[in-house]
Design a protein around this ligand. Structure first.
Ligand code: PMV
Length: 326
Protein backbone atom coordinates (compact mmCIF):
# COMPACT_ATOMS: atom_id res chain seq x y z
CA UNK A 1 0.00 0.00 0.00
CA UNK A 2 1.32 3.46 -0.87
CA UNK A 3 -1.64 5.62 0.22
CA UNK A 4 -3.34 5.91 3.62
CA UNK A 5 -5.64 8.32 5.44
CA UNK A 6 -5.62 9.01 9.18
CA UNK A 7 -8.09 11.01 11.25
CA UNK A 8 -7.02 12.64 14.52
CA UNK A 9 -8.58 15.07 17.00
CA UNK A 10 -6.81 17.97 18.66
CA UNK A 11 -6.57 18.01 22.44
CA UNK A 12 -6.91 20.55 25.20
CA UNK A 13 -4.13 20.48 27.77
CA UNK A 14 -5.37 20.46 31.37
CA UNK A 15 -1.76 20.66 32.58
CA UNK A 16 0.21 22.43 29.87
CA UNK A 17 3.36 21.73 27.92
CA UNK A 18 5.30 25.00 27.74
CA UNK A 19 9.05 25.03 27.18
CA UNK A 20 11.50 22.27 26.30
CA UNK A 21 14.50 20.82 28.02
CA UNK A 22 15.72 19.93 24.54
CA UNK A 23 14.29 21.97 21.66
CA UNK A 24 15.60 19.76 18.84
CA UNK A 25 14.13 16.57 20.34
CA UNK A 26 11.08 18.37 21.79
CA UNK A 27 11.70 16.90 25.21
CA UNK A 28 9.35 18.98 27.37
CA UNK A 29 10.30 20.73 30.59
CA UNK A 30 7.39 19.00 32.36
CA UNK A 31 4.80 16.27 31.88
CA UNK A 32 1.33 17.27 30.67
CA UNK A 33 -2.23 15.94 30.70
CA UNK A 34 -4.95 16.54 28.11
CA UNK A 35 -8.40 15.60 26.92
CA UNK A 36 -8.72 14.63 23.26
CA UNK A 37 -11.42 16.78 21.62
CA UNK A 38 -14.02 14.63 19.86
CA UNK A 39 -15.86 17.53 18.18
CA UNK A 40 -12.88 18.61 16.06
CA UNK A 41 -11.04 16.63 13.43
CA UNK A 42 -8.11 16.63 11.05
CA UNK A 43 -8.07 14.15 8.17
CA UNK A 44 -4.80 13.61 6.33
CA UNK A 45 -4.06 11.47 3.27
CA UNK A 46 -0.47 10.57 2.43
CA UNK A 47 0.78 8.90 -0.72
CA UNK A 48 4.43 7.99 -1.34
CA UNK A 49 5.70 8.12 -4.93
CA UNK A 50 8.61 8.91 -7.19
CA UNK A 51 8.14 12.71 -7.19
CA UNK A 52 11.14 15.02 -6.81
CA UNK A 53 9.73 16.85 -3.72
CA UNK A 54 7.14 16.51 -0.98
CA UNK A 55 3.89 18.26 -1.93
CA UNK A 56 1.57 19.37 0.86
CA UNK A 57 -1.75 21.21 1.08
CA UNK A 58 -3.57 22.05 4.30
CA UNK A 59 -7.16 23.22 3.91
CA UNK A 60 -6.52 23.78 0.20
CA UNK A 61 -3.42 25.95 0.68
CA UNK A 62 0.28 25.22 0.38
CA UNK A 63 1.87 26.03 3.78
CA UNK A 64 4.46 28.82 3.74
CA UNK A 65 7.41 29.93 5.82
CA UNK A 66 7.99 28.22 9.17
CA UNK A 67 4.94 25.94 8.81
CA UNK A 68 6.25 24.65 5.49
CA UNK A 69 9.69 23.93 6.97
CA UNK A 70 8.21 22.20 9.99
CA UNK A 71 6.07 19.85 7.88
CA UNK A 72 8.92 19.26 5.42
CA UNK A 73 11.33 18.35 8.22
CA UNK A 74 8.79 15.94 9.71
CA UNK A 75 8.16 14.25 6.36
CA UNK A 76 11.91 13.78 5.93
CA UNK A 77 12.07 12.15 9.39
CA UNK A 78 9.16 9.83 8.55
CA UNK A 79 10.64 8.98 5.16
CA UNK A 80 13.94 7.96 6.77
CA UNK A 81 12.17 6.05 9.53
CA UNK A 82 10.16 4.12 6.94
CA UNK A 83 13.29 3.49 4.85
CA UNK A 84 11.80 5.03 1.70
CA UNK A 85 13.44 6.91 -1.16
CA UNK A 86 10.17 8.33 -2.44
CA UNK A 87 8.53 11.65 -1.58
CA UNK A 88 5.08 12.28 -0.14
CA UNK A 89 1.95 13.83 -1.51
CA UNK A 90 -0.08 15.11 1.46
CA UNK A 91 -3.58 16.56 1.61
CA UNK A 92 -4.89 17.58 5.03
CA UNK A 93 -8.21 19.07 6.05
CA UNK A 94 -9.38 20.50 9.39
CA UNK A 95 -12.98 20.89 10.51
CA UNK A 96 -11.93 23.94 12.55
CA UNK A 97 -9.82 27.08 11.99
CA UNK A 98 -6.10 26.30 12.12
CA UNK A 99 -3.60 28.44 14.08
CA UNK A 100 -6.11 30.03 16.45
CA UNK A 101 -5.14 28.29 19.65
CA UNK A 102 -7.17 25.24 18.67
CA UNK A 103 -4.12 23.01 18.53
CA UNK A 104 -4.30 22.12 14.83
CA UNK A 105 -0.63 21.15 15.13
CA UNK A 106 -1.58 18.39 17.61
CA UNK A 107 -4.15 16.69 15.38
CA UNK A 108 -2.20 17.66 12.25
CA UNK A 109 1.09 16.01 13.23
CA UNK A 110 -0.65 13.00 14.81
CA UNK A 111 -2.63 12.36 11.59
CA UNK A 112 0.40 13.07 9.37
CA UNK A 113 2.65 10.69 11.32
CA UNK A 114 0.12 7.85 11.29
CA UNK A 115 -0.93 8.28 7.63
CA UNK A 116 2.69 8.51 6.42
CA UNK A 117 3.76 5.34 8.22
CA UNK A 118 0.61 3.38 7.35
CA UNK A 119 1.00 4.43 3.70
CA UNK A 120 4.57 3.10 3.85
CA UNK A 121 3.18 -0.27 4.94
CA UNK A 122 4.47 0.13 8.52
CA UNK A 123 2.42 -0.96 11.54
CA UNK A 124 4.01 1.02 14.39
CA UNK A 125 2.79 0.63 17.97
CA UNK A 126 0.80 3.50 19.48
CA UNK A 127 3.78 4.30 21.66
CA UNK A 128 6.06 4.53 18.61
CA UNK A 129 3.49 6.75 16.85
CA UNK A 130 3.29 9.01 19.90
CA UNK A 131 7.09 9.24 20.19
CA UNK A 132 7.46 10.10 16.49
CA UNK A 133 4.51 12.53 16.39
CA UNK A 134 6.17 14.39 19.28
CA UNK A 135 9.08 15.32 17.01
CA UNK A 136 6.62 17.19 14.74
CA UNK A 137 4.70 18.89 17.54
CA UNK A 138 4.88 18.11 21.25
CA UNK A 139 1.14 18.13 21.83
CA UNK A 140 0.69 15.73 18.86
CA UNK A 141 2.14 12.97 21.05
CA UNK A 142 -1.08 13.20 23.12
CA UNK A 143 -3.49 13.22 20.14
CA UNK A 144 -2.40 9.69 19.22
CA UNK A 145 -4.65 8.52 22.10
CA UNK A 146 -8.30 9.11 22.91
CA UNK A 147 -9.92 10.23 26.14
CA UNK A 148 -7.68 11.54 28.93
CA UNK A 149 -3.99 11.35 28.14
CA UNK A 150 -0.69 11.96 29.91
CA UNK A 151 2.61 12.71 28.14
CA UNK A 152 5.72 11.63 30.03
CA UNK A 153 8.57 14.13 29.67
CA UNK A 154 11.22 11.38 29.52
CA UNK A 155 14.97 11.87 29.58
CA UNK A 156 15.74 10.76 26.02
CA UNK A 157 13.91 10.46 22.68
CA UNK A 158 12.61 6.93 23.24
CA UNK A 159 11.01 7.54 26.62
CA UNK A 160 9.09 10.75 25.95
CA UNK A 161 5.64 9.61 24.80
CA UNK A 162 1.99 9.73 25.80
CA UNK A 163 -0.33 7.05 27.17
CA UNK A 164 -4.05 6.95 28.04
CA UNK A 165 -5.13 7.68 31.63
CA UNK A 166 -8.81 6.96 30.95
CA UNK A 167 -10.81 6.11 27.80
CA UNK A 168 -13.28 8.58 26.19
CA UNK A 169 -16.34 6.94 27.78
CA UNK A 170 -14.89 7.34 31.27
CA UNK A 171 -16.22 10.86 31.83
CA UNK A 172 -18.60 12.96 29.74
CA UNK A 173 -16.77 16.20 30.29
CA UNK A 174 -17.36 18.88 27.65
CA UNK A 175 -14.87 21.38 26.27
CA UNK A 176 -16.46 24.50 24.75
CA UNK A 177 -13.88 26.13 22.47
CA UNK A 178 -14.99 29.74 22.08
CA UNK A 179 -13.58 31.37 18.95
CA UNK A 180 -13.20 35.01 19.94
CA UNK A 181 -10.55 35.56 17.25
CA UNK A 182 -9.78 33.74 13.99
CA UNK A 183 -6.62 35.70 13.36
CA UNK A 184 -3.40 33.71 12.92
CA UNK A 185 -1.38 34.01 16.11
CA UNK A 186 1.54 36.44 15.89
CA UNK A 187 3.98 34.15 17.71
CA UNK A 188 3.85 30.39 17.04
CA UNK A 189 3.96 27.98 19.97
CA UNK A 190 7.24 26.68 18.53
CA UNK A 191 8.87 30.11 19.09
CA UNK A 192 7.04 30.46 22.40
CA UNK A 193 8.56 27.26 23.80
CA UNK A 194 12.03 28.72 23.15
CA UNK A 195 11.15 31.86 25.09
CA UNK A 196 9.82 30.07 28.18
CA UNK A 197 13.20 29.81 29.90
CA UNK A 198 13.71 33.59 29.61
CA UNK A 199 11.01 34.02 32.26
CA UNK A 200 12.06 33.85 35.91
CA UNK A 201 8.70 32.19 36.60
CA UNK A 202 9.36 29.23 34.30
CA UNK A 203 11.30 27.12 36.79
CA UNK A 204 8.72 27.71 39.52
CA UNK A 205 5.88 26.67 37.24
CA UNK A 206 7.71 23.53 36.10
CA UNK A 207 8.36 22.55 39.74
CA UNK A 208 4.72 23.22 40.55
CA UNK A 209 3.53 20.76 37.90
CA UNK A 210 4.66 17.86 40.08
CA UNK A 211 1.73 18.66 42.36
CA UNK A 212 -0.74 19.83 39.68
CA UNK A 213 -0.19 16.68 37.57
CA UNK A 214 -0.95 14.48 40.60
CA UNK A 215 -4.07 16.51 41.44
CA UNK A 216 -5.38 16.34 37.86
CA UNK A 217 -4.71 12.60 37.59
CA UNK A 218 -6.71 12.12 40.80
CA UNK A 219 -9.51 14.43 39.59
CA UNK A 220 -9.87 12.44 36.36
CA UNK A 221 -9.96 9.14 38.23
CA UNK A 222 -12.63 10.50 40.60
CA UNK A 223 -14.46 12.47 37.86
CA UNK A 224 -14.19 15.52 40.07
CA UNK A 225 -14.80 18.66 37.98
CA UNK A 226 -14.08 21.05 40.87
CA UNK A 227 -10.65 19.60 41.54
CA UNK A 228 -9.87 19.27 37.85
CA UNK A 229 -11.04 22.80 37.10
CA UNK A 230 -9.16 24.35 39.98
CA UNK A 231 -5.81 22.89 38.86
CA UNK A 232 -6.42 23.34 35.14
CA UNK A 233 -7.16 27.04 35.69
CA UNK A 234 -4.18 27.40 37.97
CA UNK A 235 -1.80 25.88 35.44
CA UNK A 236 -3.21 27.87 32.50
CA UNK A 237 -2.69 31.09 34.47
CA UNK A 238 0.80 29.97 35.50
CA UNK A 239 1.69 29.28 31.85
CA UNK A 240 0.35 32.68 30.77
CA UNK A 241 2.32 34.28 33.61
CA UNK A 242 5.44 32.68 32.11
CA UNK A 243 4.45 33.96 28.65
CA UNK A 244 3.83 37.49 29.97
CA UNK A 245 7.21 37.61 31.71
CA UNK A 246 9.26 36.14 28.84
CA UNK A 247 11.52 38.37 26.85
CA UNK A 248 10.09 39.50 24.57
CA UNK A 249 6.76 39.09 26.40
CA UNK A 250 3.92 37.10 24.83
CA UNK A 251 0.39 38.39 25.28
CA UNK A 252 -2.16 36.18 23.55
CA UNK A 253 -5.27 37.53 25.27
CA UNK A 254 -8.05 39.56 23.63
CA UNK A 255 -10.61 41.63 25.58
CA UNK A 256 -13.16 38.78 25.31
CA UNK A 257 -10.61 36.40 26.86
CA UNK A 258 -10.41 38.54 30.01
CA UNK A 259 -14.15 39.04 30.04
CA UNK A 260 -14.79 35.29 30.01
CA UNK A 261 -12.25 34.57 32.80
CA UNK A 262 -14.25 37.00 34.95
CA UNK A 263 -17.65 35.67 33.88
CA UNK A 264 -16.67 32.05 34.49
CA UNK A 265 -15.62 32.90 38.06
CA UNK A 266 -18.94 34.71 38.54
CA UNK A 267 -20.95 31.76 37.17
CA UNK A 268 -19.22 29.51 39.69
CA UNK A 269 -20.52 31.74 42.46
CA UNK A 270 -23.98 30.78 41.15
CA UNK A 271 -22.93 27.12 41.60
CA UNK A 272 -22.36 26.39 37.91
CA UNK A 273 -19.40 23.99 37.71
CA UNK A 274 -17.51 25.68 34.85
CA UNK A 275 -13.76 26.33 34.54
CA UNK A 276 -11.60 27.94 31.91
CA UNK A 277 -8.29 27.18 30.29
CA UNK A 278 -6.35 28.77 27.45
CA UNK A 279 -3.59 27.56 25.12
CA UNK A 280 -1.19 29.75 23.11
CA UNK A 281 -3.97 31.89 21.69
CA UNK A 282 -6.90 34.08 22.74
CA UNK A 283 -9.67 31.48 22.48
CA UNK A 284 -11.08 30.31 25.83
CA UNK A 285 -11.81 26.64 26.45
CA UNK A 286 -14.56 26.15 29.03
CA UNK A 287 -14.65 22.83 30.86
CA UNK A 288 -18.09 21.79 32.02
CA UNK A 289 -20.01 18.56 32.77
CA UNK A 290 -22.32 17.60 29.86
CA UNK A 291 -25.52 18.46 31.76
CA UNK A 292 -24.39 22.08 32.08
CA UNK A 293 -22.94 22.55 28.59
CA UNK A 294 -25.99 24.02 26.87
CA UNK A 295 -26.71 26.55 29.60
CA UNK A 296 -23.07 27.63 29.67
CA UNK A 297 -23.05 28.02 25.89
CA UNK A 298 -26.07 30.36 26.14
CA UNK A 299 -24.32 32.41 28.79
CA UNK A 300 -21.18 32.68 26.67
CA UNK A 301 -23.23 34.11 23.79
CA UNK A 302 -24.95 36.56 26.13
CA UNK A 303 -21.54 37.66 27.44
CA UNK A 304 -19.53 38.00 24.20
CA UNK A 305 -22.16 38.04 21.44
CA UNK A 306 -22.51 35.74 18.43
CA UNK A 307 -19.30 33.74 18.35
CA UNK A 308 -18.45 30.32 16.99
CA UNK A 309 -18.36 27.68 19.74
CA UNK A 310 -17.08 24.14 19.17
CA UNK A 311 -18.42 21.65 21.67
CA UNK A 312 -16.39 18.48 22.26
CA UNK A 313 -16.65 15.50 24.53
CA UNK A 314 -13.63 13.20 24.99
CA UNK A 315 -12.71 11.98 21.51
CA UNK A 316 -10.94 8.98 19.98
CA UNK A 317 -7.24 8.53 19.24
CA UNK A 318 -5.81 8.59 15.74
CA UNK A 319 -7.52 6.07 13.45
CA UNK A 320 -7.35 4.96 9.81
CA UNK A 321 -10.09 6.05 7.42
CA UNK A 322 -11.13 4.59 4.06
CA UNK A 323 -12.06 8.07 2.77
CA UNK A 324 -8.94 9.30 1.00
CA UNK A 325 -8.80 13.04 0.29
CA UNK A 326 -7.37 12.52 -3.23
O1 PMV B 1 2.67 21.20 20.55
P1 PMV B 1 2.83 22.66 20.40
O2 PMV B 1 4.24 23.03 20.03
O3 PMV B 1 1.82 23.27 19.45
O4 PMV B 1 2.62 23.34 21.82
C1 PMV B 1 1.40 23.33 22.52
C2 PMV B 1 1.42 24.32 23.61
C3 PMV B 1 0.12 24.54 24.35
O5 PMV B 1 -0.99 24.29 23.51
C4 PMV B 1 0.06 25.98 24.80
C5 PMV B 1 0.02 23.67 25.59
C6 PMV B 1 -0.26 22.20 25.38
O6 PMV B 1 0.21 21.42 26.22
O7 PMV B 1 -0.96 21.83 24.44
Amino acid sequence: MRKATAVACPNIALIKYWGNRDDALRLPANGSISMTLGGLRTATTVEWGGWPRHRVTVDGRVPEGAARERVGAHLERLRRFAGLRSRARVVSRNTFPASSGLASSASGFAALTAAALWAAGKRPTRRALSTLARLGSGSASRSVFGGFVEWLPGAAHGDSYAFPLAPPEWWDLVDLSVIVSQREKAVSSERGHRLASTSELHRARVEGTRRSLAEVRGAILRRDIRLLGKWAEHDALAMHAVMLTSSPPLLYWEPETVLLWREVARWREESIPVYMTLDAGPNPHLLVPREWAERVEERVRLAVGEVEIFSSGPGPGVAPSPDHLF
